[in-house]
Ligand binder design. Structure first.
Ligand code: PLP
Length: 399
């Protein structure tokens, strides 16, 4: 085989990707073992039949040819209206491009912000694909720690320092944030977001704001940093129907940003994805038209299960949950056991047949934690958490 490009070869950097435990759990399940899977952020419900009916009707009605690459006018208008209503920032269809999922949006946003060799900042703990996405556009990922002790909120001074440190190794062009956060369940406070905005303005950075969990807010309110002063012209918001509408497999998301950036991203889409299918776009429009009540219904199981986590953990001092303000995860601090998240996760799988993600797979700030996805039914979650707590208590107890 001929040599692959350095950019492509660098995406996974050849190292472990943190998914080993999850893959082992999936093999155990395939072999018939009764493993409770709490390792992946996928709803335990499927896409609503009414959305599927809209998809089916669109496809049968002929929407199977090439579709508008940046998105149908109706879908772009619906997304613009939703984003404007939610953020208060004037948003028109020209500020919106439809993407094949939030992940493609993250890639395209970094492609828009960074040239090869540029430095792109992201916050640790992070969603697993972040550094690889940055490397996929030829940029250099640099993380900024958001410590457990600070509620996993990044500190303004650390961001400023990272922006300046990056400058000596290449131009720092962007900062990627995610609130509500996967894996930590943190919701960035107004003060955190204002600090982020100040650093972006001072260092002339693009802010790439991953808001795919914006309908899963349990405490407080989601604030889009695009609404902060001077930020609309330097923010690319990544959205998706994957989590809000249980449509992970439909691969539909978007980027909202300045008109010129969206026009440039339209050119990128023309030369890469060529847009997404018309019948998926029509189904996405239908899904969004169902309104906030429908979205609240999709989010409801996670709100309920968050209360289960709080109830089960109230009985122990060996496991502590990081504040769960949003998203479908609980980040559990198991440092009282003396084990790493990785070692605890291994024992949990081997001894209790429960699969979680080690905090270390999301970066250094997740060490000593495990991430529990609230994606099994309430009774199984309750049982799994009780067994997790029992294991932690056995390990934490003095010999
Ligand atoms: N961003 C975060 C933080 C996620 O957790 C995910 C999926 O789990 C994505 C982006 C990608 O979502 P999708 O590509 O399905 O829209």
């Amino acid at each position: 085989m001929s040599t692959l490009s350095a950019t492509l070869s660098s995406i996974t950097a050849g190292g472990p990707d943190g998914w080993d435990l999850h893959r082992r759990a999936m093999r155990m399940i395939a072999a018939g073992e009764p493993v409770i899977p709490l390792s992946i952020g996928e709803h335990d419900i499927r896409t609503d039949p009414a959305i599927l009916a809209a998809m089916d009707a669109a496809a049968r009605g002929g929407r199977t040819g090439y579709a508008e690459i940046a998105g149908t006018p109706a879908l772009r208008a619906e997304i613009a209206a939703r984003v404007q209503a939610q953020s208060g920032v004037v948003t028109t269809p020209a500020n919106v491009i439809v993407m094949p999922g939030g992940q493609a949006g993250l890639f395209a946003a970094h492609r828009a912000a960074c040239d090869p060799g540029d430095v792109a900042l992201y916050v640790d703990p992070y969603y697993a694909t972040y550094p690889g996405t940055i490397r996929a556009v030829g940029a250099q990922p640099r993380s900024v720690i958001a410590a457990a002790e600070a509620g996993f909120q990044p500190a303004e001074d650390d961001l400023r320092q990272a922006a300046q440190a990056g400058a000596s190794q290449g131009r720092t062009r962007s900062l990627l944030i995610n609130s509500p956060n996967n894996p930590t369940g943190a919701l960035y406070s107004r003060a955190t977001l204002e600090g982020i905005a100040r650093v972006c303005r001072e260092a002339d950075l693009w802010l790439i704001s991953d808001e795919v969990y914006d309908t899963q807010v349990w405490e407080g309110a989601h604030l889009s940093p695009r609404a902060l002063p001077g930020m609309a012209e330097r923010t690319l918001v990544v959205g998706s129907l994957s989590k809000s509408h249980a449509m992970t497999g439909s691969r539909v998301g978007w980027i909202v940003g300045p008109e010129a950036a969206i026009a440039a991203l339209d050119a990128l889409a023309t030369h890469t994805t060529y847009g997404i299918p018309g019948y998926i776009q029509d189904a996405a429009l239908f899904a969004l038209q169902q309104g906030a009540g429908f979205e609240a219904g999709i989010a409801e199981p996670f709100r309920r299960r968050r209360a289960i986590v709080e109830r089960v953990l109230a009985r122990t001092t060996s496991v502590r949950a990081a504040p769960m303000r949003g998203a479908m995860y609980a980040m559990l601090d198991i440092r009282a056991t003396g084990l790493s998240g990785e070692a605890f996760g291994r024992r949990l799988l081997d001894e209790e047949r429960i699969a979680v993600m080690p905090g270390e797979s999301f970066g250094t700030a997740g060490a000593g934690h495990v991430r529990v996805a609230l994606t099994v039914d309430d009774a199984r979650l309750d049982e799994a958490l009780s067994r997790l707590v029992a294991l932690a208590e056995r390990l934490a107890a003095p010999a």
